[in-house]
Design a protein. Sequence first.
Length: 194
Amino acid sequence: MLRPPTVLHWPAAFDTAQNLLIVAVNTKNTPIRESARLEVRRILRDILGDVELISVPGQPLRLAGQDNPSGLSISHENGLSLLAIHRAGPVGIDLLRLPDDPDWPTEIPALANDYLGPKRAGQIAALPPNEQLTHFAQAWTEHEARLKCRGLGLEEWSAALEAHLAPCRVQPLALPDGYLGAVATLIAAENPAA
């Protein structure tokens, strides 16, 4: 069984040469993400030094230079942002703050079936109602992390999509109460000799 990745809260002392680095940043508790984006990019530069970042709307943030295999992924929620740096290749990270909307659980069956697939939707539906939201939210972050790792946007589940996401290793993250998250890396990037 894999040990969950360590999430370091900024500011933190860490070895920037490690293969997978995950940093949590406390941000403003607002749905307006511009200040969180700026803060995370500043921290990214603090960690990696004076690097050029390539930012294209609708695409993941990248490091300049075609010879740089490092992957970056960022996720924001009200009050917390996550930054993942994977030195060996692509990475996807996702973060979700558990909603307190009482109507949210009624949306879970359709969303799970449409985006997570019939197998995962069935597993969630088989749980007691008081556990469904947390399990759905964790499954959602895992799905989003795998999509980001493969450079894809959100799309509905299909067997072809599931096969495309299969090379991703996804792991849940230990986060503050009220937040769930996951990180995904490509298995081939973890074991380049394999």
